[in-house]
Design a protein around this ligand. Structure first.
Ligand SMILES: Cc1cc2nc3c(=O)[nH]c(=O)nc-3n(C[C@H](O)[C@H](O)[C@H](O)COP(=O)(O)OP(=O)(O)OC[C@H]3O[C@@H](n4cnc5c(N)ncnc54)[C@H](O)[C@@H]3O)c2cc1C
Length: 336
């Protein structure tokens, strides 16, 4: 009989996060479909309460606990996962694609000479065999696949399974881990204010900044400092999400003046993201096809460009304002 090991870590308050309980549902259903045994391996400062919160899955419970495992750290998380793996010797490992385990679990596959697939959006047994589902090429294609190699290690994305809720009493076998010398000491987590985050998937509007913001303007000078101020003022007042064209985020590599709060994560397009905001406003962006394909889920599109024959004018925007975005956005900010 094959064995599935579900691995998860506790949160700071000793509970299991929703994503972890969702991955447990995936592992539990898979084990039932494959007729496999299920083992639950938990990592954290104290794993007792977390084990009891999901004890209804009727699995064998193992735990690695202690101060060293209270916070995420690649070396200690990997050592714990490896110890739990060796105690169970499973064919498959199912873990949540949490921030903490997305870093550590692929390393487990290397240690145990297994195969790893991350960010699964589906996992089920078909004819007694595990079949996984995930998106490829930045969510353009969804694929269903299986592997013959074992151990097969997978992480499951959030929001794809119901969170496991059945509690009970659990008898946890504690597994000892001898940690290697630790070079990293976790002293705490520093997170920026939620307001400082400019990628806001829940916002109604997406503001896209293009390379024009850094180009020489009518006076022969570039005004990146003004551009930053205008964009930030708009984002602050509207709580819109910020996107960028590839040219603008690539400029940093060319040693030119850059908009300091843009990263490659902001890039929208063929090789960037495909945001889903209801409305989008492109500013100083030409509207080239490789950029505009990233707009395909945005229904109401507007653009500001000094060039009346830019890409947006070729049927890619509902409204094109042929205007200087510096002037126009300053005016918009005043009105806001
Ligand atoms: C394989 C491949 C993949 C690609 N993937 C992507 C991708 O994922 N995302 C992406 O964005 N691009 C991608 N590109 C690049 C894309 O083709 C364009 O080069 C890029 O999008 C251009 O960026 P831009 O419009 O910001 O800059 P530019 O083309 O330099 O356009 C700047 C615009 O700003 C306007 N402007 C200047 N000053 C002002 C002003 N004061 N007011 C108003 N308008 C002003 C100009 O008229 C101009 O239209 C890809 C290209 C290839 C070949």
């Amino acid at each position: 009989m094959s064995t599935i090991l579900y691995l998860a870590h506790t949160e700071a308050d000793g509970t299991l996060a929703k994503i972890s309980r969702e991955a447990l549902t995936a592992a539990h259903q898979l084990a039932a479909g494959m007729g496999a045994e299920l083992a639950v391996g938990l990592v954290g400062e104290d794993v007792g309460a977390a084990a009891e919160s999901v004890a209804g899955c009727k699995a064998r419970f193992l735990g690695v606990s202690g101060d060293a495992f209270s916070q995420g750290r690649y070396a200690s998380d990997l050592a714990a996962a490896e110890a739990l793996f060796k105690a169970v010797n499973p064919d498959m490992v199912v873990a949540p694609a949490s921030f903490r385990f997305s870093r550590a679990i692929p390393g487990l596959a290397v240690r145990v000479q297994g195969r790893v697939d991350t960010h699964l959006t589906g996992l089920e047994a078909k004819d007694g065999k595990p079949v996984a589902k995930r998106w490829f090429y930045r969510q353009r294609m969804v694929g269903e696949f299986s592997r013959d190699e074992r151990p097969w290690i997978v992480t499951v994305d959030a929001g794809c399974f119901e969170a496991f809720e059945e509690s009970g009493s659990a008898d946890v076998e504690l597994v000892q881990v001898s940690l290697p010398e630790m070079r990293t000491t976790v002293t705490g987590i520093q997170a920026p204010d939620a307001d400082e985050q400019t990628i806001r998937p829940d916002a109604k509007t997406l503001l896209v900044a293009g390379a024009g913001w850094t180009k020489k303007q009518a006076d022969g000078q570039s005004h990146v400092d003004v551009a930053e101020e205008v964009l930030m003022q708009f984002l602050g007042a509207t709580k819109a999400s910020l996107g960028s064209s590839k040219s603008l985020v690539d400029i940093s590599g060319e040693g030119q003046a850059v908009i300091s709060f843009l990263t490659h994560l902001h890039q929208v397009g063929q090789t960037g993201s495909t945001p889903r905001h209801a409305k989008g406003l492109a500013t100083c962006c030409h509207g080239e096809e490789p950029h505009v394909v990233g707009w395909r889920f945005i229904n109401e599109r507007r653009a500001i460009n000094t060039d009346a024959s830019c890409g947006w004018a070729q049927g890619k925007a509902d409204v094109l304002y042929v205007a200087d975005a510096f002037e126009l956005m300053k005016k918009v900010n005043e009105l806001l």
